[in-house]
Every structure is written in structure tokens, then in C-alpha cells.
Design a protein around this ligand. Structure first.
Ligand SMILES: [Zn+2]
Length: 331
């Protein structure tokens, strides 16, 4: 049973919006393009993991695809690619879309990758899942739940070769390629026959976890890539001719190049604003970004989007629907 479906990660959405809006004269386009393709590959890896683990879905197997939980008394957030809850155990799975020769070193728990004569160092994913387990364990302890928690790290590309020292059992037990994960889950099911949670307790646990799921914090793409103001193009995108050529006509947007009409074209532009510019927006910000003159038209468009906001009428500050924002807004 799927308890939470996977959505496009905000970081990926941000890069997709940036790839459309970045001025082609920006000197460091290749870094953005490379990050976008890495993020896309990572997302596809997660979707592949969803596909290969989907045969386990049943009324007893509750699956969360991408869960962000506020843990350690609200001081930290853990992001779990896949969480499975059964009456017998919980299983955290982290997806890794890294290719090449991967070497795990036990003493300092390091991981490095050799690829195309280049050595690169990464965070050891066994440490990542260990932290996720600690966070989840703390929640379970607080709720009096004694469900055992297992962790697995799945490398989703077949183009990967591991080197692990024999004594580094942690890695051998928790790291695998995608073609091994289903047999590992089956083994867990065979080895954990005891029913720890009743159906009712499991349902209640799922609701508790869902209620703790938090949105991403807002992170500036401008500072990450050192962008300058001119480098992000404003305006409303035409999906037909793929330019920012939409202007506001009577009750709709019209493209000055291809004459396409689109009543909702501003919605994507405002999404882009929240992804790229700021987690909050005023009427004036929206006018500048959409290229509108009229306060009232802008107010009407914003109001119809039912965004969370603070303040009254033209002084409203609208809040990003994608991000976690301190303090609850109205509406
Ligand atoms: Zn057009």
C-alpha cells in the first residue's frame, strides 16, 4: 500500500526552471546543465527503485516514497528515499545513482569512486542510513514502538563495481545493487515472522509519520551558482514557441509570436518565481516578474491561486507552496 507517492524533487524542479530562465549568455551554463542531468538521473534511479520494489506492495506492506521527517526534537531533518513499514519490521532504503568503481574503506568509513581516471570522494551512504535510522528510532521510542529497523543502500545503476574490505561487514550487509534488493527483502520477511504491530497500530504509525512529513527549506539558486540579476529572464513562458512571449490580454495570456492563448500561463511563471527568486511574493514582485501593469489584475490572478498569505488585499505577502516557511500563513 502506498502511503506517500514520490513527487519531482524541489531541487530538480528548481534546476528545470532555471534551465528555461537562464540567459543563454550566462558564462557558466555547463555547470547548471550538468547538475540538472545529475538530478534527473538521481530521480530516475529513485523511480527505478520504486518499480522494482512495487511487487511487495500489499495491505501489510506500507510504503512511503520520499519522506522528510523533522527529528532529534525538531533540530534536524532526515530525508528517506523509501520507507517500508510491515507488521514485522521497518526498512529504510537509500537510492544511489553513482556509477564506476566504488571503494569502501572501513577505518574512517570513507567512500571513493574511480571513474574515467578520476577519483572522487562521497559521503559514505551507510552513515547516511545510520543517521536516518537513529532519527526514526528516536520517534519510535517516543511512541513506545519496538519495531526493528533495517537499512539498505541500493545502487540503481548496473554500471557499478564495489570493492569492500572483508571486515567491513556493515557495507556488505547494507549495500547492494538493484538486482539484489528484492531477494534481501524476501530474506528479511522470512527472518522476521513475529508480528510486532497490529493492523491498527500500523495504520496509526503511518498517520503519525505522514503528519511529521515536512517540506524543503528554501535554498537560493542565485547564491549557489553566483548568478547576477540579469541572468534570470522574467516573463511568462509560451509552451508552444518556448520563449517568454506571453502578454496579458483580456482575461487570458496571448503569445506575441505564435498567437497561442493560455489562461493559466502565469501559474507556471509564479511557480518559477517561488523556485528561483524568493519563498515569498508581493503584488509588486508579481507585476515585475509577469510584466503586468495593473494592481487589480495581479491581485485577481494571485487570489485565484489560493496561496498561503499574510497581510490584507494589496499588501498581502504570498508564500511558496513548495517550501517550509516559519509561521503559519492565513488561507
Ligand atoms: Zn508562442
Amino acid at each position: 500500500m502506498i502511503k506517500k507517492e514520490r513527487a519531482l524533487p524541489i531541487r530538480l524542479r528548481q534546476l528545470m526552471a532555471l534551465a528555461e530562465r537562464i540567459d543563454p549568455r550566462w558564462p557558466d551554463l555547463s555547470k547548471i546543465t550538468k547538475d540538472l542531468s545529475n538530478q534527473q538521473a538521481g530521480y530516475h534511479g529513485e523511480q527505478y527503485l520504486d518499480a522494482i520494489t512495487s511487487p511487495f506492495l500489499s495491505p501489510h506492506f506500507h510504503t512511503f516514497r520520499d519522506l522528510k521527517l523533522s527529528v532529534f526534537h525538531g533540530t534536524e531533518t532526515i530525508q528517506i528515499d523509501q520507507l517500508h513499514l510491515t507488521p514485522h519490521f521497518a526498512l529504510i532504503i537509500e537510492a544511489k545513482n553513482i556509477t564506476g568503481e566504488i571503494e569502501f574503506e572501513q577505518k574512517f568509513k570513507q567512500m571513493r569512486r574511480m571513474k574515467d581516471d578520476e577519483v572522487q570522494y562521497f559521503t559514505n551512504p551507510t552513515l547516511q542510513v545510520e543517521r536516518q535510522k537513529e532519527g526514526l528510532q528516536l520517534l519510535f521510542d517516543g511512541w513506545g514502538i519496538t519495531l526493528p529497523i533495517y537499512t539498505q543502500v541500493v545502487f540503481t545503476s548496473s554500471n557499478v563495481y564495489f570493492t569492500v574490505t572483508d571486515e567491513y561487514e556493515e557495507v556488505r550487509d547494507t549495500v547492494c545493487k538493484s538486482d539484489q534488493i528484492t531477494s534481501r527483502i524476501r530474506r528479511m520477511l522470512l527472518q522476521n515472522k513475529e508480528t510486532v504491530l497490529t493492523k491498527r497500530q500500523l495504520t496509526s504509525l503511518c498517520s503519525k509519520l505522514l503528519s511529521l512529513n515536512v517540506q524543503d527549506e528554501w535554498r537560493s539558486v542565485v547564491s549557489r551558482y553566483g548568478l547576477e540579476e540579469w541572468s534570470i529572464q522574467k516573463g511568462v513562458w509560451c509552451v508552444e514557441c518556448k520563449t517568454f512571449s506571453m502578454v496579458r490580454g483580456n482575461r487570458s495570456w496571448a503569445c506575441t509570436r505564435c498567437n497561442r492563448w493560455d489562461r493559466h500561463a502565469h501559474q507556471k511563471a509564479l511557480d518559477d518565481y517561488f523556485l528561483l527568486m524568493s519563498p515569498s511574493l508581493t503584488n509588486r514582485d508579481a507585476r515585475a516578474f509577469l510584466g503586468l501593469d495593473c494592481n487589480r489584475t495581479t491581485h485577481g490572478l494571485l487570489k485565484a491561486m489560493n496561496l498561503k498569505h499574510t497581510g490584507k488585499t494589496y499588501n498581502r505577502v504570498y508564500l511558496s507552496p513548495f517550501h517550509r516557511i516559519g509561521g503559519a500563513g492565513e488561507g
